[in-house]
Write a protein that binds this ligand. Sequence first.
Ligand SMILES: Cc1cc2nc3c(=O)[nH]c(=O)nc-3n(C[C@H](O)[C@H](O)[C@H](O)COP(=O)(O)OP(=O)(O)OC[C@H]3O[C@@H](n4cnc5c(N)ncnc54)[C@H](O)[C@@H]3O)c2cc1C
Length: 342
Amino acid sequence: MMVYKVACVGFGSANMLFIAYMASVAPSLLQQTVIIDPYFDNGALQRSWPRVRSNTTWEQFINSLRRFKATAAYAEQIAETHPQDEPTYLHVLAKSLREAISPYLRKIHTIKGHVCQLNNEEVVVSIKYKKSNGTEHIIQAEKVIFSPGSIPKTMSHSLPTIPFHVALDSRQLGDYVSPGERVVLFGLAHSGVLIIKNLVESQCFVSAVYNTEKPFLYARDGEYDGIKQDAAQIADDITAGKLENIELISWSSGEDVQDALLRADWVVYSIGFENNTPVLINNQSARNYEPEKALIAPNIYGFGIAYPSFSEVNGRKFWDVSIPSFTDHILNTNILSTVSSE
Ligand SMILES: Cc1cc2nc3c(=O)[nH]c(=O)nc-3n(C[C@H](O)[C@H](O)[C@H](O)COP(=O)(O)OP(=O)(O)OC[C@H]3O[C@@H](n4cnc5c(N)ncnc54)[C@H](O)[C@@H]3O)c2cc1C
């Protein structure tokens, strides 16, 4: 059986950035690398929330690409044609990232499949995956980069739930809700604020529940991970009374939350993400993780929204989830530094 030097599980933003890194520091590994993903459609930014405008600007995206030798020329090329201080649609970011790495992608072996198990053997990791026809296969690699993405968290209220990706897409949302219906929204970070606007445009009445000191925490006020770009504008409009049919309820007012739920037709959760990995690692669920080394198990590394780095601000821990922070994480851990010299 051929042993790959590197196997990337998942083809979303994180592993696309990892390929940019590999092409920069150890290009000879590209031919001995495999990527496994069931879709190869550029991950969640393309598949799940393509019509959402990013909370990062073109400049932040381009600066991430500038940090890799392999994508620096592409970064300069697109820097000339895009408005640096503006955001863009998430599907555009996903496509641009893929375009940036496309010369290197051609050198890499790709497998359409769903990885279900990773096992450390003596010096290799064995990777079991399923194809869409149900057949199971095993390959081996010296190092695995496991970046399978995450799924939105939910709670268990008995009301019908609007899926998070539907709430973020005003066209799909109109197929779920009818004008005049009442919706309870949990979570007022970036995505939650965008969802309020979509609900109001669908003529719903929104009860928006927040669990922070104030409904809106802004990046411009120095809040780490505070809302910015479109979300900050919408929050300003809500505060100024320009958007109607919204009530803001603190999670600590239990009776108000209960009352809103009793009156509602729908609920939508925008309360963060959780690991979506029924993948077994050494016969256990993939829970262990050392962010500083990006290490999940020997020779198994994790990046992206499922395995991010974190920042500590005033004693609080914030998971860093964005293309610029994935770039930092990949460059800081520099896990190919040993492989490239072999
Ligand atoms: C609503 C929203 C808006 C965001 N906006 C921005 C933004 O504006 N700017 C920004 O920089 N970041 C943004 N992010 C953060 C981040 O960039 C995205 O979450 C990004 O999609 C994460 O990339 P990823 O590679 O970790 O995961 P994903 O993009 O989810 O990719 C994971 C891939 O792994 C595959 N996979 C899963 N399980 C398996 C398996 N068992 N075997 C094989 N393959 C598997 C999936 O099919 C998928 O293709 C946003 C996130 C969200 C949720």
